[in-house]
Design a protein around this ligand. Structure first.
Ligand SMILES: [Zn+2]
Length: 499
């Protein structure tokens, strides 16, 4: 591998985990990394004032390229997920809706059906077009708006995670990264929390074709509800979510929610309070994940690296540094199990870019210079122009005794698990019928919104120009598009909200 001026090997990496020598690399540090990036991803735009900005993925990629990390890994352009791929988790009518809805159709629909007065002059109420009924039914509108290219955006995000799974399934990579993935709130039949298609569930379903047990770890500030719900009743996927709990979107993720039926104790929820710092976070993350790895012995791990748990995030309330956030990846990487690394939330774009660039460096096993290389987006990173960020001066509302209680309760849950369940496993899973869809009671939605509607477009970073980016190589379509209706032994079960 060519040495670069800004990315130097880290001889001082001491992960503290079980750093096993890789069968594919001569030492415990190097990993074969595949990195999925769709060059048009930064052009998608949720709308004026919306905090979710796909542009942050292009900013992260830009730093990756300027640190010359792309020479240390395989860069792949994802093959867009087809509607049939997406239907492996999502309902047919929801996918049809996503594939057909456009801002133009909505506007035309509003002008056609906008009148609420019938021919005889009487008011017709309630009156709404079928498209607005669908918007309500699929929870599309406010947090999850209809924007130009919405379905193509979902296809790119999901295609990256499915492609990453295929790389790991084939043994072609030790780590596969998709920063456009990690959209953990999307549900089988509806959008939620800026997420439309759950690329994580689709990626895990792909991994389950070749792996007996998959561990999912989520360090986004929000609960990983969509993924937990999808695998709540199976022991083939264990979900572990670290998140802010209490009067916070999406409202789920109580410590007592542990899974159901065969899946009982295969869901782990770590409820945290505002201001958690690196030391407190790792004080829970390391012992809990160590125990999970020891007991569950997953064949593959998926890490959702939502960057809204960083200090200074516009929607988050944690106080993690980039280094503290990346330590989760460093620790999981040390177990040397096939690892999928995904993005997620993250609403202070310059810090999201810093974080995902640094985590890409951790994945390939180098320690980048803290001084940022000059790049198109350099002015975003002032006044310090450094890769790392300092934690904020904020109170850590997680007391030592609270953290100890949480750790002990969760270790107790883990003690109820049998060691590595020998689940029935078939190389070619049979098709499994999905249970009947349930109507969602609109009145039972959590009242907490992810976004309060405050505009976020006044930030200087939004005013910077967009530039094209570099993609090293394009992978060939990496998954068999004819296998998209293959079912899975995993039960995708839509539970009523019981929280
Ligand atoms: Zn989030």
């Amino acid at each position: 591998m060519p040495a670069s001026p800004t990315a130097v090997s880290a001889d001082t990496y001491s992960s503290g985990g079980s750093s096993l020598p890789s069968p594919s690399a001569p030492d415990a540090r190097k990993r074969r990394v595949s990195y999925f990036y769709e060059p048009s991803i930064g052009d998608y735009y949720y709308g004026q004032g919306h905090p979710m900005k796909p542009h942050r993925i292009r900013m992260a990629h830009n730093l990756v390229v300027h640190y010359r990390l792309h020479h240390l890994m395989e860069v792949c352009r994802p093959y867009p997920a087809s509607a049939a791929d997406i239907r492996r988790f999502h309902s047919e009518d929801y996918v049809d809706f996503l594939a057909s809805i456009t801002p133009q159709f909505l506007a035309a629909s509003a002008s056609t059906f906008g009148s609420s007065v019938a021919d005889d002059g009487n008011s017709v109420h309630p009156f709404e077009s079928s498209s607005s009924r669908q918007l309500r039914r699929f929870n599309v509108g406010e947090d999850c708006p209809v924007f130009e290219g919405l379905f193509e955006f979902c296809q790119a995000s999901a295609g990256g995670s499915i492609g990453a799974a295929v790389k790991l399934n084939r043994g072609d990579a030790d780590i596969a990264i998709n920063w456009a993935g990690g959209l953990h709130h999307a549900k089988k039949c509806e959008a939620s929390g800026f997420c439309y298609v759950n690329d994580i569930v689709l990626g895990i379903l792909e991994l389950l074709k070749f792996h007996k047990r998959v561990l999912y770890v989520d360090i986004d500030v929000h609960h990983g509800d969509g993924v937990e719900e999808a695998f709540y009743t199976t022991d083939r996927v264990m979900t572990v979510s670290f998140h802010k709990f209490g009067d916070f979107f999406p409202g789920t993720g109580h410590i007592k929610d542990v899974g159901f039926g065969t899946g009982k104790y295969y869901a782990l929820n770590v409820p945290l309070n505002d201001g958690i710092d690196d030391e407190s976070f790792q004080g829970l993350f390391r012992p809990l994940i160590s125990k999970v790895m020891e007991i569950y012995q997953p064949d593959a791990v998926v890490l959702q690296c939502g960057a809204d748990s960083l200090a200074g995030d516009r929607l988050g309330c944690f106080n993690l540094s980039v280094r503290g956030h990346a330590d989760c990846l460093r620790f999981l990487r040390s177990f040397n199990v096939p690892l999928m690394v995904l993005g997620g939330g993250g609403y202070t774009m310059r810090n999201v870019a810093r974080c995902w660039c640094y985590e890409t460096a951790v994945a390939v096993g180098v320690e980048p210079d803290n001084k940022l290389p000059y790049s198109e987006y350099y002015e975003y990173f002032g006044p310090d122009y450094t890769l790392h960020i300092e934690p904020k001066n904020m109170e850590n509302k997680n007391s030592l005794s609270d953290l100890e209680k949480i750790r002990n309760v969760l270790l107790e849950h883990l003690s109820r698990l049998q060691h590595s369940p020998s689940v029935p496993f078939q190389d070619r899973p049979p098709k499994t019928e999905s249970p009947e869809e349930e109507e969602v009671d609109m009145d039972q939605r959590p009242t907490c919104k992810l976004w309060d509607g405050e505009s976020y477009d006044s930030e200087p970073e939004d005013l910077a120009p967009h530039y094209g980016d570099i993609v090293e190589s394009h992978s060939t379509p990496s998954h068999d598009k004819t296998e998209n209706t293959a079912g899975s032994v995993v039960t995708i079960f839509k539970l009523n909200s019981s929280h």
